[in-house]
Design a protein around this ligand. Structure first.
Ligand code: HEC
Ligand code: HEC
Length: 282
């Protein structure tokens, strides 16, 4: 196994013991079709991920029961929060006396999720959360929402849903290049007491079992994602934080330059996969 190396810390050895054979006996749903629309859950890997032959949605790796919850929006618990997002979208707040709906129609956001994060004209890398909070502070005279708070994830799920089915297509060249490089570096940097990088799990060992969990490629095309574990919508950065904590590393802050760069890089590893937001995971 590739994550084994001489001088490895004790904790990492324990993790490896728990990595069993290649997902033996796994048989999930045949394909992810929602409302007659087929999601692209497997796509050709981009040239910059030579170790992957294909990129695969996290949905592919979930149990048949968890997969089924995403086949129908009535069964998908994430939609309770999307409805909450709709209410928030129409709610007047702030000194300008406006709601999101005063200036935006949801259809204006079709395709937006596929292109985020992106670099703005001032040269800053922006996530969807940044765009929402920019509108709140600059145009509504309202307080920014907490980066991964329930209001933010409800609204980012509603906005992301407008792109459901469309393939991820973030820019990695031009002004995005330095951010992408930074994200790539973070992805391959070993951290924490277990001394593991994102790549050690999600590139070298995807498809294997880690404890009771079937390891995926750690894709973000389904975010914000409803997790059965905490029964709410989870942001990309909250998930990154969780994975860093699991290897006993001190996570970067949500909304930090590090996590934004990592988000861009991870998004680029899923180019071609359909946006599934809000997806369902365990
Ligand atoms: C008073 C008008 C106004 C209100 C109210 C407003 N926005 Fe905006 N919003 C804008 C303008 C103008 C832009 C584009 C210019 C910019 O990026 O600064 C924008 C950009 C955006 C974008 C990026 C869209 C794209 O395609 O690039 C998102 C997402 C967004 N707003 C979400 C929201 C949300 C969510 C709310 C409510 C919490 C909201 N906005 C409230 C005016 C508004
Ligand atoms: C010790 C192994 C391990 C490491 C290291 C690790 N993760 Fe994970 N990660 C997991 C497990 C287990 C899950 C849950 C099952 C799955 O989807 O793979 C997960 C899930 C995820 C998901 C959710 C995927 C989905 O479809 O919803 C993302 C995104 C993710 N990880 C990103 C990262 C990033 C970025 C890093 C590096 C900062 C990282 N992970 C490091 C084990 C790891």
């Amino acid at each position: 196994m590739e994550i084994q190396k001489p001088g490895m810390k004790v904790g990492a050895a324990a993790v490896i013991v728990l990595l069993a054979g290649a997902g033996a006996g796994f048989a999930g749903q045949p394909s992810l079709v929602i409302d007659g629309q087929t999601m692209i859950t497997k796509a050709k890997a981009p040239a910059y991920t030579p170790k992957l032959t294909s990129v695969q949605s996290g949905w592919v790796f979930r149990s048949k029961e968890t997969q089924a919850l995403q086949l129908d929006d009535f069964d998908n618990p994430g939609f309770v929060f999307v409805d909450k997002g709709r209410d928030l979208f129409n709610k007047v707040e702030g000194s300008a006396g406006k709601s999101c709906a005063s200036c935006h129609e949801l259809k204006d956001f079709i395709g937006l999720r596929t292109r985020l994060p992106r670099v703005n004209k001032d040269g800053h890398l922006e996530t969807m959360e940044d765009l929402v909070n920019k509108s709140r502070t600059k145009y509504m005279g309202a307080k920014p929402w907490k980066y991964s708070g329930s209001k933010m994830t409800a609204v980012t799920a509603l906005i992301s849903l407008q792109s459901r089915g469309m393939p991820m297509n973030v820019a990695v060249d031009g002004p995005a290049k330095p951010f992408w490089e930074k994200g790539k570096k973070l992805y391959y940097t070993r951290v924490g007491q277990l001394d593991l990088a994102c790549a050690n799990c999600h590139e070298d060992n995807y498809g294997k079992m880690i404890r009771a969990d079937h390891l995926s490629q750690g894709q973000i095309n389904g975010f914000p994602t409803y997790r059965l574990k905490n029964a709410k919508l989870n942001s990309v950065h909250a998930r990154f934080k969780g994975c860093m904590k699991n290897v006993r590393a001190k996570p970067y802050k949500q909304g930090s330059p590090e996590f934004k760069a990592l988000e861009l890089y991870v998004a680029s590893r899923g180019q071609g996969l359909s946006v599934e937001s809000p997806s369902v995971r365990n």
